[in-house]
Design a protein around this ligand. Structure first.
Ligand code: ADP
Length: 189
């Protein structure tokens, strides 16, 4: 019996950049394959696994380490993990990368990029308006840092490409690494 090699796709980017939307699209595509997929969404994680954590650097790092830990356990059991979290600090992202790859699983960092002006315009959750008015402290991109990935495996630009285009480029990166075969998608469709 062979087991699929697990992997973690790690979507990082500012609030509202499209991490959850693109992650959902990937999950929908990959549900049709024979790989077990699990979505770890930052907002959801903060309501259970990381309940009680705030937005200081220390708490943000703890949150990311927890998501990274679960991603590592799932990945090494052949699951394809799609993790979506702002994860603004480079050092802890790299720490998660290191722990997952040294465990024998693949880590694919995806920078979900969108200019702040577009995010302020989009303001789907109404958070930028509040953050700019000073009503929310420690808001990433406004009053808290975001350290861009220097060398992400995939860069998606949600101001200029569609959700499907972004999702397809990420799926193509998985195929390029032999983690997913187009046949696995086609066979079951
Ligand atoms: P995040 O998870 O990064 O906070 P969300 O996925 O929750 O972001 O919100 C992104 C918003 O931007 C959604 O309302 C989505 O419909 C919209 N959007 C517009 N264009 C795109 C695109 N090309 N890719 C992803 N999201 C997009």
């Amino acid at each position: 019996m062979t087991r699929n090699r697990g992997f973690t796709v790690w979507l990082t980017g500012l609030s509202g950049a499209g991490k959850t939307t693109v992650a959902q699209s990937i999950v929908n595509e990959l549900r049709a394959s024979d790989i077990n997929i699990e979505l770890l969404d930052g907002d959801e994680v903060r309501t259970n696994l990381s309940k009680g954590l705030g937005f200081s650097k220390e708490d943000r790092d703890t949150n990311i380490r927890r998501i990274g830990y679960v991603s590592r356990l799932l990945s090494r059991n052949g699951v394809g993990v799609i993790a979506s979290a702002i994860s603004p600090y480079r050092e802890v992202r790299d720490e998660v990368r290191q722990s997952i790859t040294s465990d024998g699983s693949e880590f694919i960092e995806v920078y979900v990029q969108c200019p702040i002006e577009v995010l302020v315009e989009r303001d789907v959750k109404g958070l930028y308006k509040k953050a700019l008015a000073g009503e929310i402290q420690e808001f990433t991109g406004v009053s808290d840092p975001y350290e861009e990935p220097l060398n992400p495996e995939v860069l998606v630009k949600t101001d200029s490409e569609s959700v499907a285009e972004s999702a397809n480029r990420i799926i193509a990166a998985l195929e390029d690494r032999g983690l997913l075969r187009r046949q696995q998608l086609v066979e079951v469709l």
